[in-house]
Design a protein around this ligand. Structure first.
Ligand code: BG6
Length: 436
């Protein structure tokens, strides 16, 4: 791009996120004067790095280096930044997920970056941690004394975490086909949601305390081998189908090649071997081209020990649903007497705390929040090196088991809830995926 093209690109991006308000021309001109653009080969040394360095205003208290590039470029770029002397004590380095494609590549990236930056200068982004509703999980758990006594194996039957997308691979086929849903979504976003749901109360909200509790959860995940992977994991790939009334192509048709074993859907049964969660299954699923766009955590409580109604007929269980997106909400399903004569009819209805109904303010996008945290120097919503590596270590076992098994992913029609085997995963335990 030329500098002008880059400015036009930035302006279009600003306009797209401030749809309800026209851009203030004066403010834009002021902002534009701060935007510079240097075109260069990121892996090559040379003059251009000095030109880039000269763009930095040395009087400012911090310098943020944000690498939104392929992870294979992290180390080469960081080495060049080191050579150019841009890694000063006031630099902060932001890295996008994925950090590598397995444990060994993640370690190589972490080592290479550590040669030039201290761990406290590195902000590894998992944008799920910046979502309002994900942060609300901590408030919900740790600002409501009511929940804590029930937040364990003594009251909870199972936990379901779903991140369902209607989107396909959208022009990212070459990245996605080398990655698949396990690496793209489970290793980071879903495991982070699981950690926040399952962790012990941290001593404080500072980054060290929060990240230390999360890593304990990762270390307690029961590891899977070939045999358990057959029973507790499901891989799927979307076939053609219908989404919102329109026909969509199969995954294979979106690729340049004619075959692929990459999974676009994963469902897992995960056990956490610690005192709080022993015996409580955590069911995780995520997929592309599913029937609905929905991320939610569903906590299903145990049934009442004995029903006194209608000759002991079973009553519905309580459920706490955290709807992360869209229609952000917290819903607690309780049983209530349906009004009217004719005996006690019991109905399950939600106490519904909808964000839209309760807060009329615009809340920040996950990236707005996280970038602001980088500026403030708050690391608690970013992943520490050992966290990323612990997550890869657990996921690597699944990848090895799948490699050994060498079974193709089960096909599912686009616009559905994934392959039938995902329903069977729960059916074997006498449970079902719960849809709000
Ligand atoms: C990204 C994945 O990290 O998260 C994408 O690489 C996925 O494949 C996206 O679509 C989902 O994020 P969100 O915020 O839309 O749920």
């Amino acid at each position: 791009m030329t500098v002008e093209e880059y400015h036009a690109f930035a302006r279009t991006a600003c306009e797209s996120i401030s749809a309800e308000r026209a851009i203030d021309v004066q403010a834009w001109e002021c902002f534009k004067s701060l935007l510079h653009y240097v075109q260069m080969d990121a892996t090559d040394g040379g003059e251009k790095w000095r030109e880039l360095k000269n763009q930095f205003d040395n009087d400012l208290p911090i310098t943020i280096l944000y690498l939104a590039v392929s992870p294979s470029l992290y180390v080469p770029i960081v080495e060049r930044l080191g050579e150019a002397g841009v890694n000063t004590s006031k630099s902060r380095l932001v890295l996008e997920k994925p950090i590598g494609t397995d444990l060994s590549s993640a370690r190589a990236i972490n080592d290479g970056v550590a040669d030039h930056f201290d761990e406290e200068q590195i902000y590894r982004i998992d944008h799920y941690l910046g979502k309002e509703t994900v942060q609300n999980l901590m408030v919900l758990r740790f600002a409501n004394g009511l929940l804590e006594p029930s937040w364990s194996r003594s009251s909870i039957d199972n936990v379901q975490i779903t991140v369902a997308e209607k989107l396909g691979v959208e022009g990212r086929a070459s990245y996605y086909d080398g990655s698949g849903a396990l690496r793209d979504m489970v290793q980071n976003h879903l495991l982070q949601l699981l950690c926040l749901t399952a962790m012990e109360p941290p001593a404080s909200l500072n980054d060290k305390d929060v990240r230390t509790e999360k890593i304990k959860v990762l270390q307690s995940l029961r590891r899977l081998d070939k045999d358990s992977a057959t029973r507790f994991t499901v891989r799927g790939q979307y076939n053609e189908g219908i989404i919102d009334g329109s026909a969509v192509r199969s995954y294979i048709e979106e690729l340049p090649q004619t075959e692929s074993n990459t999974e676009t859907f994963v469902a897992l049964k995960v056990e956490i071997d610690n005192w709080r969660w022993a015996g409580v299954p955590f069911y995780l699923r995520t997929g592309k081209r599913m029937g609905s766009q929905r991320s939610e955590i569903v906590i299903t409580f145990k049934p009442v020990p004995h029903s006194i109604f209608e000759g002991g007929e079973a009553v519905e269980v309580n459920r706490l649903v955290l709807r992360l997106q869209p229609d952000e909400a917290v819903r607690l399903y309780i049983q209530i007497k349906e009004p009217g004569p004719g005996g006690l009819r019991i109905k399950s209805l939600p106490l519904n705390l909808s964000y839209a109904e309760n807060f009329s303010v615009r809340y920040p996008d996950a990236y707005e929040r996280l970038l602001m945290d980088v500026i403030r120097g708050n690391l608690s919503l970013f992943m520490r090196r050992d966290e990323v590596e612990a997550a890869w270590s657990w996921v690597d076992d699944i990848i090895s088991a799948w490699d050994e098994l060498d079974t193709p992913p089960a096909l599912y029609s686009a616009g559905t809830d994934g392959p039938v085997s995902a329903a069977m995963l729960l059916d074997r335990d006498g449970k079902e995926w719960w849809i709000s």
